[in-house]
Write a protein of this length. Structure first.
Length: 318
């Protein structure tokens, strides 16, 4: 079926195009709302500036498709293959992309408000300045793709780019952001419990009132990030960078943070009960009013650290 036949059938009232081979078709500025493209092959096709509201693309082959500026409100992309797709500035408001393959897809400036990306493969995806407010990324995979070290002349690894992305109130439980670029991303009020941020770039991120309990920040760069009011109980921050970060009133009970770099960080009124801060660099940090009961500060660097009114009951200092 070619593009002309598709449009003629749609104009005649046909909506079921499931299983069709539409590879390489080129359409622009047309409406195909509520069409059924279940299991279709649309690889290498162009559907730019197209309206596909409430259309179904379940298990469709959409590799290398271009859908820039398209309206995809409420569309179903569950288990679809969107690897290497160009989805720049597309509107996925309320769309479902559960377990979709978005490997190396371009979603920069896309709207994904209230979209469901649970279990999606987002390795190497570009979500720069995308709006994911209220989106669900439960169990999504954004980890940095690495090749075996024995392979010489490795290409640059695929890194998910979410710089300046808006993820307010998003459900990101257990999401894997290993090595991702999250510079200046907005996670205010998001649920990031048990999420993995190993070696991620989180500089200047907004994590106010986010739930980060049990999250992994091993070797992550969180310099100048803002965590005011966040829940960070039992987080793992081994060798993480928190220089100039704002963690005032944050719950860090039981946090594991050996070899942390947190010079000039603000921990004012934070709860660090039972926290492990062995060999942590807390020079010039503000820990005034912080709760450090039973915390381990063995070999911690405390040069010019502000500990006024801090509770150090049963804390280990040497």
């Amino acid at each position: 079926m070619n593009a002309t036949e598709l449009l003629q059938l749609y104009s005649a009232g046909e909506r079921d195009f499931s299983g069709q081979n539409l590879q390489g078709i080129k359409l622009s500025s047309v409406s195909l709302d509520q069409a059924d493209f279940l299991n279709v092959n649309l690889a290498n096709s162009y559907l730019n500036n197209t309206s596909l509201v409430f259309s179904c693309f379940t298990r469709a082959n959409l590799r290398h498709i271009s859908m820039t500026d398209s309206r995809l409100w409420g569309a179903n992309f569950n288990q679809a293959n969107l690897s290497h797709a160009n989805l720049r500035n597309a509107d996925f408001h309320g769309a479902s992309l559960q377990e979709a393959n978005l490997f190396n897809a371009n979603l920069s400036w896309a709207t994904l408000i209230d979209a469901n990306l649970a279990g999606a493969d987002l390795r190497g995806v570009t979500l720069m300045s995308a709006n994911l407010t209220g989106a669900c990324l439960f169990g999504a995979n954004l980890r940095q793709e690495r090749l075996p070290e024995k392979i010489k002349h490795q290409p640059k690894p695929h890194i998910a780019n979410l710089s300046n992305a808006i993820l307010c109130r998003a459900d990101l439980r257990g999401a894997n952001f290993t090595g991702a670029n999250l510079h200046r991303a907005d996670f205010r009020g998001a649920n990031l419990s048990n999420a993995i941020f190993t070696s991620a770039d989180l500089r200047e991120t907004k994590l106010l009132y986010a739930n980060l309990s049990g999250a992994f920040f091993t070797e992550a760069n969180l310099s100048a990030a803002v965590f005011t009011g966040a829940i960070m109980s039992n987080v793992k921050c081994e060798r993480a960078m928190l220089v100039d970060a704002d963690l005032r009133s944050v719950d860090l009970c039981g946090a594991i943070m050996p070899d942390l770099k947190a010079s000039r960080a603000i921990f004012r009124n934070a709860n660090l009960r039972d926290a492990k801060l062995t060999r942590a660099d807390l020079s010039r940090a503000d820990l005034s009013g912080a709760i450090l009961c039973s915390a381990s500060l063995v070999e911690a660097y405390l040069a010019r650290t502000n500990l006024s009114n801090a509770d150090l009951t049963n804390a280990q200092l040497n």
